[in-house]
Ligand binder design. Structure first.
Ligand code: GDP
Ligand code: GDP
Length: 438
């Protein structure tokens, strides 16, 4: 489990600049893979080996005064509901403004770590001026320059420290050997109907009031002879507060739920097909190395002909390429069709995720696979993969040791992965291949 860092503050203080510094390059890679829209303001960052999600709350509305209040409300809501650590960003060049003060007033009641980033402290003199921000009453003020990067290391060290502390306290009571599922997807696709169908009871829906639904809830279930945790994303279901940003909130909730899950059921409405928003949610799960089951819901509303299911699944897989080894199940949450199959599949994917293959067996497999199709040479030089092994990681990582690791072409890596998936069941599981020099 990692965590969730929110950067809040009035317009123009430099939130996006810091955000880009933290996740910019990595985010771009993510986008290339999935072909989704570019205007994303959340992404993965890592610092000192800890990977966490960063949200730039500022990028969503136009920067003019009349929307300021709405923006504050939104940012603070996100901070309240989703963040583990909050960075309140200010500008040392302007000093404290009324708008900063508004943020401080709403954040004061929040029972989460708040770090003040005194940005644009590009030189020593400006750094000194950051002392002014202690007047907010928050004990930790960090002078920094998002543009040059100076001071950002100190801030991030502290962020990671806080996220680690948070992680420890959040996981104590969880039995790590049991699968943790979440159900994510766009609004109205049928997530809560599915959960209710699965659990066979109308569950308590927690009101989405700031401060009351902060943490993802782990609820232990024993249904149909299976034991699993369901990560509660109750907030998705009660949408009264923030009509204008339902999609955005569902993404935030998805990120939050994913933090705590092993396996994500991504639910799609059959009538809408696979939209870029769905792909976006799928790539969130994959980038966080979660197992995946796609549920195509509302199948009852579909006009069925022979092969409909197969054709539909094929179309979906084409859109999801290159990661196509994913179970797709057609369900009707309303009519409770194939609900059990969905649960079984989730458990199977969890087993796949925990699959460990011995080194001797793997190397026999590797020899066979390379015999069928040799590693293409590079510039007349022979590329040799000497051996491979599965690393002891939570999700499968395979290390290949070879003479010129960087010269192994992507097409060959894909070949190896496809062959591995043919030989061993890793359905629904993102696997990673690492090529190392030996
Ligand atoms: P946001 O509205 O809070 O997301 O602010 P932006 O990240 O868009 O930054 C607003 C302006 O401040 C841009 O022109 C940035 O280049 C500038 N800026 C951001 N960080 C720094 C910094 O550390 N030093 C200086 N001098 N300018 C900065
Ligand atoms: P959520 O926002 O993803 O949690 O979606 P809900 O579970 O609240 O469902 C949204 C709407 O879709 C409700 O009106 C449900 O009754 C309807 N719905 C959910 N599942 C199905 C289904 O399998 N078939 C049909 N026809 N409607 C469904």
């Amino acid at each position: 489990m990692s965590g969730f860092l929110a950067i809040v503050g009035r317009p123009n203080v430099g939130k996006s600049t810091l955000y880009n510094r933290l996740v910019g390059a990595r985010d771009a890679i993510v986008d290339d893979q999935s072909g989704v829209t570019r205007d994303r303001h959340y992404g993965l960052a890592d610092w000192n080996g800890l990977e966490f999600t960063v949200i730039d709350t500022g990028g969503y509305v136009e920067k003019s005064d009349d929307v300021f209040e709405k923006e504050i409300k939104k940012q603070v809501l996100i901070a309240l509901q989703e963040a583990d650590v909050i960075i309140l960003m200010c500008d040392v060049r302007t000093g404290i403004t009324d708008q900063d003060q508004t943020f401080v007033d709403v954040l004061r009641g929040v029972n989460k770590p708040i770090l003040v980033a005194a940005n644009k402290a590009d030189n020593h003199n400006l750094s000194f001026q950051s002392a002014e921000f202690y007047n907010f009453g928050f004990p930790e003020v960090f002078p920094l320059s998002s543009v040059s990067g100076s001071g950002t290391g100190e801030l991030l060290d502290r962020v990671v420290e806080l996220l680690n502390e948070n992680g420890k306290s959040a996981t104590v009571t969880i039995d790590e050997s049991l699968p943790k599922f979440c159900v994510i997807g766009k609004p109205n696709v049928g997530k809560s109907t599915f959960i209710n169908a699965l659990l066979g009871e109308d569950r308590n829906i927690v009101a989405d009031i700031p401060g009351t639904t902060r943490d993802a809830n782990h609820t232990l279930y024993n249904k149909f002879g299976k034991t699993f945790y369901l990560i509660d994303t109750a907030g998705i279901r009660k949408k009264t507060n923030v009509h204008e940003d339902i999609e955005f909130y569902s993404v935030m909730r998805a990120i939050r739920a994913l933090e705590y899950s092993d396996i994500a059921y991504v639910m799609v409405d059959v009538n809408e097909g696979l939209s870029s928003q769905d792909l976006n949610i799928i790539s969130l799960a994959l980038n966080r190395k979660k197992g995946l089951v796609i549920l195509i819901n509302k199948w009852d509303k579909m006009e069925k002909e022979t092969n409909t299911m197969r054709d539909y699944a094929e179309l979906l897989r084409a859109k999801m390429a290159p990661f196509t080894d994913v179970p797709i199940i057609f369900i009707s949450a309303l009519e409770k069709t194939r609900i059990l199959q969905a649960l079984d599949k989730g458990i199977e994917v969890y087993e796949n995720m925990n699959r460990r293959i011995g080194t001797a067996e793997l190397n026999e497999w590797l020899a066979e696979t390379m015999k069928k199709h040799e590693v293409p040479s590079y510039g007349g030089r022979h590329i040799k993969i000497k051996y491979m092994t599965q690393l002891p990681t939570k999700t499968p990582v395979f290390a290949f040791f070879c003479n010129m690791p960087s010269m192994v072409k992507d097409s060959y890596r894909r070949y190896l992965e496809n062959e591995l998936r043919k030989s061993y069941n890793f359905e629904g599981v993102p696997v990673k291949f690492a090529f190392k020099k030996k």
